[in-house]
Write a new protein. Structure first.
Length: 390
């Protein structure tokens, strides 16, 4: 056993020496993940986009419609930057990207409303800009509902209805909204907790496959195999432990930055969520070894890791429910470290459930960590007989 650890240690020192001669390695392992962390948290530091440019077409131009426009301008996400004289002018401005949406009030809206003739007001959003279009649609829809109330209020006032009775007619039921776990509706909490780890796990998978295949590219795989006593397990363990150590330190830094410096919601101990992240780091490396063991070439191993690493962001389920996807993607999600990280994050950090409720994801990650055992014999054969294929 002592000899095994000594071999692993020597191979690890050999790997560190390779790192020292190739600054790109340290850039990929350290600088790239930290850049992603700072970049994404900074561009969403306000939590949610606010005051996005919006236009108004008010062809009626009465005191009632001007009141509606003021309501729209007071919305958190809306900044009325222009008033247009016609529908076509506003449409052209939106096509040019000058505004993300516009609110259209046709002529005689107030008169038709007071005469109970049900006028129509409309709004248009540029959903090619998904976040901006969605947020502005929410404000415009709310304003449209308030517009109906404003016109009804004007009609009731004209009929001499008292203010107290008027409010009972306009809003008989008061709705209270209480968002759970993320009460401020901070977009950074929703996105960065998955986007940043997702990119980090992608980097881990690609770089792990590259560093293993690099031995074949440089023709040193037999030298490494001899140092490992012709054991593929020792060779891989020695080669990967230096970068694994760096990955673990970066994962800990990400969690500390999220939950201690940015105060993201955390309803369990920080240690628990750090352990979940570290388990996903091990699973990502294991998955990369598994893919390399299947293809046994640098190019195909990295390609498989790239494809799956990008795909797992989609099957993680944080943007589109996994249960609504095709069965093949639901099965594929079981070998996705990011999917299980997301489930552990929701289960533990957001909901604060007991650890016993997270056992499916924990067991799945442990199984993923064991996947390299199925390809060790193929990798050992490659160390002996397979040469580099560009």
């Amino acid at each position: 056993m002592k000899e095994v650890f000594l071999r692993i240690w020597r191979i690890g020192l050999r790997e560190i020496e390779i790192f020292s001669h190739r600054p790109m390695y340290l850039f990929v392992i350290i600088i790239a993940p930290l850049f992603c962390l700072i970049y994404f948290t900074q561009i969403m530091r306000s939590g949610i986009p606010t005051k996005m440019p919006c236009g108004v077409v008010d062809e009626d131009n009465t005191s009632t419609t001007r009141s509606i426009v003021r309501i729209l301008g007071a919305m958190q996400n809306t900044d009325i930057v222009a008033h247009y004289g016609s529908f076509s002018e506003a449409r052209k401005a939106m096509q040019k990207g000058e505004i993300y949406a516009f609110f259209y009030i046709p002529r005689n809206t107030t008169d038709r409303a007071l005469a109970s003739r049900r006028p129509e007001i409309s709004f248009y959003t540029a959903d090619t800009y998904y976040a901006a279009g969605s947020l502005l649609m929410k404000d415009l829809q709310t304003t449209s509902e308030l517009a109906g109330l404003a016109i009804t209020r004007a009609s009731l006032t004209a009929k001499g209805v008292s203010p107290s009775l008027m409010m009972g007619i306009l809003q008989p039921i008061t709705i209270e909204t209480h968002p759970l776990n993320n009460p401020t509706l901070n977009y950074s909490v929703y996105l960065n907790n998955i986007v940043v780890p997702g990119l980090f796990f992608l980097i881990i998978m690609i770089f792990t496959a590259y560093t293993i295949g690099y031995e074949w590219k440089m023709g040193t795989q037999k030298e490494l195999f001899e140092m490992a006593g012709e054991s593929s397990t020792i060779a891989l363990a020695g080669k990967l432990w230096p970068q694994t150590l760096l990955y673990c330190l970066i994962m800990i830094l990400i969690d500390v930055y999220f939950y201690k410096f940015l105060d993201f919601p955390l309803n369990v101990s920080l240690i628990r969520i750090i352990c979940a992240g570290l388990l996903c780091v091990f699973a990502s490396q294991a998955l990369a070894v598994f893919f390399f063991g299947i293809f046994l070439t640098l190019r195909m191993g990295m390609s498989a890791c790239s494809l799956f690493g990008v795909l797992q962001i989609s099957v993680s389920g944080f943007t589109f429910p996994l249960t609504a996807m095709k069965p093949v993607f639901q099965y594929l999600a079981w070998i996705s470290p990011l999917r299980h990280y997301y489930m552990l994050y929701v289960n533990q950090a957001l909901n604060g459930f007991k650890l016993v409720y997270a056992w499916p994801s924990i067991v799945a990650l442990l199984v993923i960590c064991l996947l390299p055992l199925t390809v060790l014999s193929r990798i050992a054969h490659a160390f002996k007989y397979v040469d580099y294929k560009p």
